[in-house]
Ligand binder design. Structure first.
Ligand code: ADP
Ligand code: MG
Length: 147
């Protein structure tokens, strides 16, 4: 068990798989950040806290998955920050702490089923993050160490 897991990196462009069109944009980390993950970390959906640059700290859900671009030999980390931003934040530094695991990856029969699953993940993340043990990580100095 490798949680909580702290991670920070520049937000890079993904493969335009249309997350934003689904109403669920996911900020991608570059390979250099993904490569630091413990090799045996489970793929699936995680939740935790996230902050863009030196901005406010928000709840987040993150998908760690096998990256189709690399024929599923490398992982990807995609964070959906549970907040409505006025603008995209490509090129900015995203800081995250993963505090809990929700479920493994799976495929869905329809787009509606996928969206429903993600919305369930978001609700579960929001609930769980209110636990004192998780709230405490929101205050971690990690989030205030950015230049
Ligand atoms: P990409 O394939 O480039 O990752 P997405 O459709 O997944 O495209 O959109 C991700 C981008 O949307 C992020 O890199 C970020 O700049 C922007 N964005 C805006 N709001 C959010 C949010 N709440 N969570 C994550 N990314 C967001
Ligand atoms: Mg994305």
């Amino acid at each position: 068990n490798c949680l909580p897991y702290f991670s920070r990196g520049e937000v890079v462009r993904g493969f335009g798989r249309g997350s934003k069109e689904l109403g669920i944009p996911t900020a991608n980390f570059p390979d250099s950040v993904v490569e630091h993950l413990p090799g045996d970390i489970s793929t699936g959906i995680y939740y935790g806290w996230a902050c863009v640059g030196s901005g406010d700290i928000h709840k987040m859900v993150m998908s760690i998955g096998w990256n189709p671009y690399y024929k599923n030999t490398k992982k990807s980390m995609e964070t959906h920050v549970i907040h409505t931003f006025k603008e995209d934040f490509y090129g900015q530094i995203l800081s995250v702490v993963m505090v809990g695991y929700i479920r493994p990856e799976r495929s869905y029969d329809s787009l509606d089923a996928l969206i429903a699953a993600i919305n369930n993940d978001i609700e579960e993340a929001k609930r769980n993050l209110e636990l004192p043990e998780h709230l405490k990580l929101k205050e971690d100095n990690f989030f205030r160490a950015t230049a």
